[in-house]
Design a protein around this ligand. Structure first.
Ligand code: PLP
Length: 440
């Protein structure tokens, strides 16, 4: 059982306390980090499945068909793509790399759609070859590239509308405001729809908007849905296409810190689905298209744990401690990038009394290399294992080799067993692309 004062909603479902230590299923986290090495990432399948089922239940608020297209940017690997494809999910991908991984994981290409504000001709050609379900037109330049193509079969295009809506989130995560690099203005969307109708090898099949990421107030999203529905009514009214996919994107916020809002995912998805259904009924009418949601973090963030080993410590005269661990901005850029706040616990003593505030920093040559700016933590010692929850999204996908850091190993906890997902990088991996100079 987890003690009630522990913020269990931030931690994977399989997390347990046993003899006052943290376990994932049967596995003592301190032992795991020592045995498998740190930094170490663990994903809990039960938590991922729970989030998928919250989406499935919530989507019942939409009377038509629906699609959960995982936003691969949150983190993609072959085994994750396999897990998601086997569960019937689609994929939102933005590069040839993500497309290939999704396909090698067994994704049905018809359930893949391609995003990006500057898709290369190579990516468009690859998407056409793969027969993806949708290429999401982000700007008119891209449409020109598509017009020039000679695909073997007509290309199914979605339009990404910039609905001029800003959710309450960090500026770097807003994507749907006027001046954003993403999406077509209303007028551009109309031009694009007319041009697509002129091209026999192009078909307009979907409408999309994504206003940003990590927000809790859904009102800007609802306004974006209204605009999308108005565009759908216009497109169909003009006979320019049949909107078979209606996609208000992803972005639902998740708690990372005990002070963050913690809405129930199923209710957020149901509210969003019901709102979209009303908007469709009122503004468009007729059969419901497929409601395509693109969750990233709300599917996978809570499933992930990051484990680090405590090393050097500094005690300041202010009473604050600086605790250095063996990972940092090279595996979790989010604190440096957007001041993201996390919590953490010592794996062997998660509930020991606090010894005062601590700043958790990494080993890299940047003062911006920190994981937690300030946290009340028990007394820590070198060799202790520090565990950071809600680490499943936008950590590993943004990880780097800065300072020659080796990206961590990743393991899956599935029905009590531990299964490797990715091995730790080696120095040989760092050298793999380098050409030695010819001898002098
Ligand atoms: C187009 C698009 N869809 C979906 C997402 C997923 O957002 P989140 O992980 O917050 O659900 C993103 C993230 O930036 C995105 O750019």
């Amino acid at each position: 059982m987890l003690p009630t004062k522990f913020p269990r909603h931030l931690w994977p479902l399989s997390l347990h306390f046993f003899q006052k230590r943290l376990f994932l299923g049967e596995h003592d986290l301190t032992d795991l980090a020592r045995r498998l090495g740190a930094p170490l990432y663990l994903y809990d399948l039960a938590t991922l499945d729970h989030a998928i089922s919250a989406y499935r239940h919530g989507l019942r608020g939409w009377p038509g068909p629906s699609l959960i297209a995982y936003a691969s940017k949150a983190w993609l690997s072959l085994p994750l793509a396999q897990l998601l494809a086997r569960r019937g999910l689609g994929f939102d991908v933005v590069s040839v790399g993500e497309l290939e991984i999704a396909q090698r994981g067994g994704a049905d290409p018809r359930l893949i759609h391609i995003h990006g504000n500057n898709k290369s001709p190579g990516l468009l050609a690859r998407a056409a070859d793969a027969g993806v379900g949708g290429i999401v037109v982000d700007n008119l330049h891209e449409l020109t590239l598509l017009e020039k193509m000679q695909p073997p079969a007509p290309l199914s295009l979605w339009l990404r509308l910039n609905p001029d809506q800003s959710p309450d989130t960090h500026a770097y995560r807003q994507t749907g405001h006027y001046g954003s690099k993403f999406g077509l203005s209303w007028e551009e969307a109309q031009i694009a729809a007319r041009r697509i109708a002129q091209a026999p090898h192009l078909q307009l099949t979907g409408l999309h908007a994504h206003i940003g990421s990590q927000f809790f107030d859904l009102k800007p999203l609802f306004r974006a849905i209204d605009r999308l529905a108005a565009l759908a009514a216009w497109v169909q009214g003009q006979g320019l296409g049949e909107v078979r996919y209606f996609s208000p994107g992803g972005g639902l916020g998740v708690p990372y810190h005990p002070d963050d809002p913690a809405p129930r995912l199923v209710e957020a998805v149901r509210g969003l689905s019901e709102y979209a259904a009303r908007a469709w009924q009122e503004r468009v009418g007729g059969p419901y298209p497929t409601l395509a949601l693109e969750p990233g973090r709300s599917l996978i963030a809570r499933a992930g744990l990051a484990l680090y080993t405590v090393g050097a410590m500094r005690h300041l005269t202010t009473g604050q401690r600086i605790i250095a661990v063996d990972g940092g901005m090279s595996d979790n850029l989010r604190p440096a990038l957007y001041g993201a706040r996390y919590t953490a616990a010592l794996a062997h003593a998660p509930l020991a009394p606090t010894a005062g505030p601590a700043r958790i920093v990494g080993p890299l040559c940047e003062s911006g290399d920190f994981l937690i700016d300030s946290i009340d933590l028990p007394k820590a010692h070198p060799g202790d294992v520090l565990v950071v929850p809600s680490s499943g999204a936008y950590h590993l996908s943004m990880a780097s080799n800065y300072n020659g850091m080796l990206r961590p190993a990743v393991w899956l906890h599935a029905r009590g067993k531990l299964i490797p997902m990715q091995r730790r990088e080696t120095v040989a991996d760092l050298l793999r692309r380098d050409f030695p100079l010819p001898p002098q």
